[in-house]
Design a protein around this ligand. Structure first.
Ligand code: SF4
Length: 695
């Protein structure tokens, strides 16, 4: 029997709509959902490798309970009842001794995040955090400081842009399919791409203008651009007069940051900075200074992100066609969104979070995502209180949080580590109990409320039966909740029942998703009126360059520029990034992807490598103040002499993930655990390393 299922990919967090062909209970073909504009049938390589994940014998197949020392890799198979009873009994004991706040759950944001949050709240723990905070905590805070919206509430109109500026946002390798297709359409229609990165990525090779910037100085470039734009009145004066507060303060602040000053700091010629500012302003307001991901990830990250967003504001590109826009929900059409379990009346949790977000110590990061990198110290120092249990839900703190050695020490202090995952991740390897999740092709999931220019809802539908003894995370947590006497907050037996419960207020039913995999609330894109209708959520209702969010918390909107330190002799700034063939830390063991990209290498500048006696393909030892490891060198002119670069996600320790075990080097073994204490992001590019040839 053959059938077509419209569903959602989950080979990465983008959740592209896909069309899956199933024959006799086997998945035969996956492609982008052709009925969704922007997908055009296409998939990225990871999405195409979904079938090989489904049939991978090395993925987790049954609940496991540890039978040796942590990290030893000895397990016994358990039934679901046995494993869930085991976890519930342990949790009861921990909670009665240390309180519910001693339980922390970290997860990769997913469609059932509201289920996880409900689970913790019902127990009385405030300690939920997401992987998102590691990628873009400070982007979130910067967006709120200027517009009152989080970054997740802002979209980018790639397709209609006339000029896009990317700060290490390696869009053609860190792929989201619709973004790539939209940008390629724009390029074909004549749009320009400017790319800024100490390394020549694939995106750099597609750009009209590429600047190999001195690592860590993106902020200096932006201050000089703002200087030129204000001095030459290149900004959208009508828009700025109507919507922007704090222009004169900004003008005073950037006065010393001339293009000539920036040339010294960034290595980019002053005349090119001036030329660029003049050229891009001709395309306003249909321009995008991309505010998300990568670029200089430093301890003053929030000010880089703010400077990027300020450039958008000066170009009048906020809520403009071909610029950035605020996502509209069903409320904009008088309709209702899908319900979440967190909409129920849940116990009020007033305990301080483990990361102290929301307290005077750390007032600004978004508690919806938290600050994951604080976990290590919170556990080790028992500050603000002892943490004794961790549930890692599709999230691997051993590969995602800087300073792996520090995290390993912290894990030793825990009485219980539980992993919910599809693969044997490193945190699974160190866990006491592993609860295997069905993969995205085997499960129906919670509703995806897709707000944007056209509000829609998407649904992940089960395409095939689970191949192994696995369950959906929303079912696993419900069954655990029942054992912990909080089952009343989980009013469903199956995923279909949960989805129907979510859909009740919307007027749509499960059946409505069958034809296309999504439903739309309306037909036309919704832009607010640029003269009178933009609904900024700041206290002033305007774009606040002088930010009440920052100033009320005691932080200046325009602090002095911190000069980027030059690395000492034979030291390099460690930079990291993505590749088109892998997602974070989760696909390195995929049968197809591991064959195509089996391990990472260390990019190092040719002249620098020569000076320290390193040749291409040599094995080198890379060391920082917190760790070291070996990796092969890739000697190239395509990286700035002050930086080295490696793809994130390698150096796995779990032996049963045999294709990626011990391949390449983990960047976070080397990264110092440094934080932007205003915005919340980890400073992933503020570690300096030495490199030497392994004899
Ligand atoms: S970008 Fe690729 S891996 Fe991610 S959801 Fe889309 S197709 Fe899947």
């Amino acid at each position: 029997m053959e059938k077509t299922v419209y569903t959602l990919c989950f080979m990465c967090s983008v959740r592209c709509p896909i069309k899956v062909q199933v024959k006799d209970g086997q998945v035969r073909w996956i492609e982008g959902n052709p009925q969704v504009p922007g997908m055009e049938g296409s998939l990225c390589p990871r999405g195409s490798a979904g079938i090989s994940l489904l049939y991978d014998r090395e993925r987790l197949q049954t609940p496991l309970i540890r039978d040796g020392e942590r990290g030893e890799g000895r397990w016994r198979k358990a039934s679901w009842n046995e494993a869930l009873d085991y976890v519930a009994e342990k949790l009861k004991k921990i909670i009665s001794e240390y309180g519910p706040q001693s339980l922390v759950m970290g997860e990769r944001t997913n469609l059932s995040t509201h289920v996880s949050k409900t689970f913790l709240k019902a127990l009385g723990s405030p300690n939920h955090f997401t992987h998102d905070a590691l990628c873009k905590g400070s982007v979130n805070t910067a967006c709120r400081s200027l517009f009152g919206y989080t970054d997740a509430q802002i979209g980018i109109d790639y397709k209609n842009t006339r000029h896009i500026v990317l700060y290490g946002r390696n869009i053609f390798e860190a792929i989201a399919v619709k973004e790539v297709n939209g940008l390629m359409d724009a390029i074909q229609a004549g749009a320009k791409v400017t790319y800024i990165d100490p390394r020549v990525s694939v995106t750099a090779t597609k750009a009209d203008r590429y600047w190999m910037i001195r690592p860590g100085t993106d902020l200096a470039l932006n201050y000089a651009l703002i200087h030129v734009i204000l001095q030459e009145r290149l900004y959208d004066a009508a828009y700025v007069d109507r919507w922007v507060l704090g222009l004169s303060e900004l003008q005073d602040f950037v006065q010393p940051f001339t293009p000539q000053w920036a040339e010294q700091e960034t290595g980019i010629p002053a005349d090119e900075i001036i030329d660029f500012a003049r050229k891009i302003s001709r395309d306003k307001p249909s321009v995008i200074f991309h505010y998300g991901y990568r670029g200089a990830h430093q301890q003053n990250e929030i000010h880089l992100r703010r400077s990027i967003l300020i450039l958008n504001a000066l170009m009048g590109s906020v809520e403009a066609k071909g610029g950035i826009f605020f996502k509209k929900g069903p409320g904009a059409l008088g309709k209702k969104p899908a319900r979440k379990l967190t909409d129920q009346t849940l116990p009020k949790v007033t305990t301080v979070r483990f990361d102290k977000v929301g307290t005077p110590d750390f007032p600004l990061p978004d508690p919806a995502h938290g600050v994951p990198q604080v976990l290590t110290e919170a556990i080790l120092k028992e500050n603000p209180y002892p943490i004794k249990a961790l549930i890692a839900n599709r999230f691997d703190p051993l590969k995602s949080i800087p300073d792996t050695n520090g995290m390993k020490k912290a894990l030793e202090k825990l009485d219980l580590i539980v992993t919910i995952d599809i693969n044997m991740s490193d945190i699974a390897w160190y866990s006491d109990v592993i609860l295997p999740e069905s993969i995205y092709l085997e499960r129906t999931d919670c509703i995806q409320q897709a707000n944007g220019l056209k509000p829609q809802m998407f649904l992940r539908r089960q395409a095939v039966q689970p191949r192994y003894d696995t369950r959906e995370a929303a079912i696993i947590l419900k069954q655990l909740a029942e054992r912990l006497d909080i089952g009343q907050y989980f009013p469903y037996q199956t995923m279909e029942e949960l989805v129907e419960w979510q859909l009740e207020p919307t007027g749509f039913t499960l059946k409505d998703f069958e034809a296309k995999g999504f439903v739309a609330y309306g037909k036309d894109p919704i832009f607010w009126d640029r003269q009178d209708g933009i609904q900024f959520k700041t206290p002033s209702g305007k774009i606040e360059l002088v930010s009440s969010l920052l100033e009320n918390a005691g932080f200046p909107s325009f602090p002095p520029y911190p000069k980027a330190p030059e690395p000492a002799e034979n030291r390099f700034r460690l930079t990291v990034g993505r590749v088109a063939l892998h997602t974070h830390v989760s696909t390195q063991n995929n049968p197809l992807l591991s064959e195509l990209f089996p391990e990472n290498v260390l990019w190092i500048n040719t002249a620098k490598a020569k000076a320290i006696g390193i040749q291409n393909n040599d094995r080198v030892e890379v060391s920082s103040s917190v760790g070291s490891g070996t990796i092969r060198a890739f000697v190239t002119d395509f990286i700035h002499p002050e930086a080295v670069f490696m793809v994130h996600g390698f150096g796995h320790e779990a032996k049963t993930a045999s294709r990626c075990f011990n391949k390449g080097l983990a960047d976070n073994v080397l990264q110092e655990n440094l934080t932007d204490w205003v915005g919340g992001s980890p400073a992933l590019h503020d570690t300096f390393v030495t490199v030497k040839r392994v004899q």
